[in-house]
Design a protein around this ligand. Structure first.
Ligand code: AFD
Ligand code: MN
Ligand code: MN
Length: 413
């Protein structure tokens, strides 16, 4: 048998020409969406700390997103939050034009079902049918915004849940969600999909109504054929195997997309790959392996959902984008034929080393070649720092914040 001992000391190996081509091909199609809220001042429930260069309004957010896309070349769309990004009564097409002015387009539309006082006892899970109807109307209005700006994705996260045993009927709330999601699905445009996101806890601390992937899958299936599941990488218990969930959803054709972030403990919204890059690699491996087995690349909305409270916001976003590209390209290098052989023969060590070998292969030359071919800076972060963009934004926005009297803020976006 071929001597594999050289694989045991997995070192940063260089790509073969064939691997370079595979990594390049992966980079050609990889796109990831930045979140408008990632550029604005955010905080925790314990407080919000301003950054001078943080975006104040939608024009700032789209300018920052456009700047990141111009530097990295793979973030042409921006996820928006309806209440934070669209002033009530404002023509959504004006926002779409603003996005185009900055070289980006509007991506996923996120209704806001967790801030208004009327949602104190929940939105779709509220036991008051009047509030449930208001929440559904807000989502239907968000669908209309999506149609107006040319977005094909409605991204639904519900903070709904209960904090104490006995507080609410778990089954009655489940049925309320089934009813409202089905009603919402009926309002989708012909090309729109709705992504149902799950989260085990926070802000509800006893029973979150859509707490795990099984609940999200069931609700999406019952809502209709264009409802899928959204996997937020921060929305799992530490012991959970996220790539296993991803593989199941892929096999059911129910994986709609991701909200990428990293975490040490919970929904910490840290920059992707800052804690566990190998986990993200394994998620991308399941997607590449699925595509190889099926002979088609699944349509998946790769989106970032992070809040940068300490890191400079644009630097953190560039870091996340480049890390995502790198891990996606690495995962594309897994030798699927060798892996299938190793799996078939229960060769556990080789099977694992086949993944590790790809993970430890240096894909920088592929990124460099792709950037060169697309007239992009060789080092997006260095170029950003050289550009003086933050210094100019900080001066402008500090002045405007003062004029607007924006001195104290809530504890979130
Ligand atoms: C918070 C929630 C959830 C949601 C995001 C944007 O935990 O991830 O997708 O806000 O609304 O992070
Ligand atoms: Mn999310
Ligand atoms: Mn979250």
């Amino acid at each position: 048998p071929r001597d594999h001992t050289h694989l045991l000391i997995v070192h940063l190996s260089t790509m073969t020409p064939a691997q370079l081509r595979r990594a390049r091909a992966a980079l050609e199609t990889f796109r990831i969406e930045t979140p408008s809220w990632g550029f604005a001042d955010t905080g925790t429930r314990f407080g919000k700390f301003f950054q001078d260069a943080a975006a104040i309004d939608m024009n700032d957010k789209l300018a920052d997103a456009g700047h990141v896309h111009a530097l990295t070349g793979c973030c042409p769309t921006v996820a928006v939050h309806v209440l934070w990004d669209f002033k009530l009564g404002e023509d959504p097409k004006a926002v779409a034009r603003l996005a185009r002015k900055h070289g980006v387009k509007i991506g996923a539309i996120n209704p806001n079902l967790f801030q208004d006082q009327c949602y104190k006892w929940g939105s779709f899970g509220n036991n008051d049918p009047v509030v449930r109807a208001a929440a559904l109307q807000h989502c239907v209005d968000s669908v209309a915004i999506g149609k107006a700006v040319g977005s094909d994705c409605l991204s639904l996260w519900f903070a709904d849940g209960t904090n104490y045993p006995g507080q609410g009927s778990i089954r009655a709330r489940k049925q309320c969600f089934e009813e409202s999601l089905r009603a919402l699905h009926a309002k989708l445009g012909p090309k729109q999909t709705m992504l149902v996101e799950y989260k085990p806890f926070e802000p509800a601390f006893y029973a979150t109504d859509i707490a795990d992937w099984g609940m999200a899958l069931l609700l999406a299936k019952k809502a209709g054929p264009r409802a899928k599941v959204l996997v937020d990488t921060g929305h799992h218990y530490n012991a959970q195997n996220i790539e296993q969930i991803v593989a199941w959803l892929l096999d059911e054709d129910m994986l709609g997309g991701f909200h990428f972030n990293d975490r040490r403990y919970a929904d910490d919204d840290l920059t992707l790959g800052s804690i566990d890059p190998y986990q993200v690699f394994r998620i991308f491996h399941e997607i590449h392996f699925f595509a190889a087995d099926r002979g088609r690349r699944p349509k998946i909305a790769y989106m970032i959902d992070q809040c940068h409270n300490e890191k400079p916001k644009i630097e953190a976003t560039i870091q996340t984008v480049v890390m995502a590209q790198e891990l996606y390209a690495k995962a594309a290098l897994v030798d699927h034929d060798a892996l299938r052989r190793a799996q078939a023969s229960n060769n556990v060590v080789d099977a694992e080393l086949i993944l590790k070998h790809a993970f430890f292969t240096d894909v920088a030359p592929a990124l460099a070649a792709w950037r060169k071919a697309n007239q992009l800076p060789a080092d997006p972060l260095a170029e950003h720092r050289r550009s003086g963009y933050v210094r100019a934004a900080a001066a402008d926005r500090k002045r405007r914040r003062k004029e607007l009297g924006l001195t104290q803020g809530g504890s979130f976006a």
